[in-house]
Design a protein around this ligand. Structure first.
Ligand code: ZN
Ligand code: FE
Length: 239
C-alpha cells in the first residue's frame, strides 16, 4: 500500500492510497478534483473509493467531479449522509471497512464537527485524521464540545506508538510555535521543529508524523485532563 501526498488548495492535504498489486486506489479528502486528476493522468490507476473524514468543503470539494470521472464510491459517516456530497457508503463508529485489499477501522471522533471520523489502516499502521489531530495541534471546535474533542484524541492516543498520522492540513509550523511557547523546555519538540523547518525549506510536507512524536511534542495530546485541554484549546484560538 503506497501513499501519495497531494497538495490541494492553500494548505490542504489529500492522499491517494494505492494498492500496487491491483492498481486500485482510494483518495482521502479530495479538496478539489484537479490535482488528483493531474496525478492520475496517464497512470493505470483505478480510483475506486473516495474517503471523507468530514463534510467541510475543503475535504469533499472534489467528490462530485471525481465520482463522475472515475465512477468511484463516496464513503463517509452515516451521520453526515445529508452533507457529504454524493455519499454512497455509510460508515459507523468502530466498523471495519473492507474492500478489495483495503481494510480500515472507522473511529467516530467528534469535536471539530459532530460527524468527523478517522480511517485507521491498522495492518499498515496508518491513520487518516482529517481536521481532528494535526501534527503538533488539533482541530478547532466548530460543532463539538471540548469533552468530545478530548475523548476523540484519547482514542487516537491509544493506538500503537509507531502509527503514521496523515492529517488534513499543513499547519505543523504554526502549531509548533504554540507548542514551544507553552512547553519551552521540551528537547524532543525542539528537535522536531528543526526537522519540520528542514522539510519546509525543501518544499516537502511535514506529514506523515509518528504518534510517538506527537505524544511527546503535541501539547494537546500531552494534556491529561479535560480542564488543561480546554484551556489550551482556548489559548490556541487567540494565539
Ligand atoms: Zn474541517
Ligand atoms: Fe479542513
Amino acid at each position: 500500500m503506497k501513499i501519495e501526498i497531494i497538495k490541494c488548495l492553500q494548505d490542504n492535504f489529500s492522499y491517494l492510497i494505492i494498492d500496487e498489486k491491483t492498481q486500485i486506489a482510494c483518495v482521502v479528502d479530495p479538496s478539489e478534483a484537479k490535482p488528483i486528476i493531474n496525478f492520475l493522468n496517464n497512470k493505470k490507476i483505478n480510483l475506486k473509493y473516495i474517503l471523507n473524514t468530514h463534510h467541510h468543503y475543503d475535504h469533499v470539494g472534489g467528490n462530485r467531479e471525481l465520482k463522475k470521472k472515475y465512477n468511484s464510491n463516496v464513503i463517509g459517516f452515516k451521520g453526515d449522509r445529508n452533507r457529504i456530497p454524493e455519499i454512497d457508503i455509510l460508515l459507523e463508529d468502530n466498523q471495519i471497512w473492507k474492500k478489495d485489499n483495503f481494510e480500515a477501522k472507522i473511529y467516530h471522533i467528534p469535536g471539530h464537527t459532530t460527524g468527523h471520523i478517522a480511517f485507521h489502516f491498522f495492518k499498515e499502521k496508518k491513520i487518516f485524521t482529517g481536521d481532528t489531530l494535526f501534527s503538533l495541534g488539533c482541530g478547532r471546535l466548530f460543532e463539538g464540545t471540548y469533552e468530545q474533542m478530548f475523548n476523540s484524541l484519547k482514542k487516537i492516543k491509544q493506538l500503537p506508538k509507531d502509527t503514521e498520522i496523515y492529517c488534513g492540513h499543513e499547519y505543523t509550523l504554526q502549531n509548533s510555535n504554540f507548542c514551544i511557547a507553552n512547553d519551552p523546555e521540551n528537547l524532543k519538540l525542539k528537535e522536531k521543529i528543526g526537522k519540520i523547518k528542514n522539510n519546509l525549506k525543501k518544499n516537502l510536507p511535514t506529514i506523515p508524523t509518528i504518534l510517538e512524536d506527537e505524544l511527546e511534542c503535541n501539547i494537546f495530546l500531552k494534556a491529561n485532563d479535560l480542564k488543561t485541554f480546554s484551556k489550551l484549546r482556548d489559548l490556541k484560538d487567540n494565539f
